[in-house]
Design a protein around this ligand. Structure first.
Ligand SMILES: [Mg+2]
Length: 138
């Protein structure tokens, strides 16, 4: 059945978020970050925030405990596509989920070609995001 409440974070039946999963959220816009922070924390994930792509690359370089990255594409300093390429050179095993508003046809292919493992358009629906995350880390 479709999940109609965007803040409902319960994963599909039988799927559990294990404690200690750390997600790096690369997001330049405060309100977008607050929204994602709320739903990921509610689902039981630990969080780190990068304000742009370069910060995301630096976090990955120095923190060996990042399980997954949620990567906004449109960011200052270094965008999400460039940051994904850099991160995948260093640590290809970390799953990266790209996200963007105002997606245009073909975006998904661009992001996947850059090395992203998945793509979720904004506005992000909580249930969909949690299930997508679990698909990559479970
Ligand atoms: Mg942005």
């Amino acid at each position: 059945m479709a999940n109609t409440n965007p803040l409902e974070t319960a994963p599909k039946e039988g799927r559990q978020v294990q404690p200690g999963y750390k997600i790096l959220v690369a997001e330049d816009e405060e309100s977008n970050f607050r929204y994602v922070e709320k739903l990921l924390k509610k689902a039981g994930f630990d969080l780190l925030r990068a304000n742009n792509g370069l910060e995301a690359v630096e976090y990955v370089e120095f923190d060996s405990n990042i399980n997954l990255i949620l990567m906004d594409i449109k960011m200052p300093v270094m965008n999400g596509v460039e940051a994904t390429r850099e991160i995948k050179k260093m640590k290809p095993e970390i799953p990266i989920i790209a996200t963007t508003a105002f997606a245009i046809p073909g975006d998904r292919e661009v992001f996947l070609n850059a090395g992203c493992d998945d793509y979720i358009p904004k506005p992000i629906r909580a249930g969909e995001l949690i299930d997508m995350i679990l698909n990559h880390i479970a």
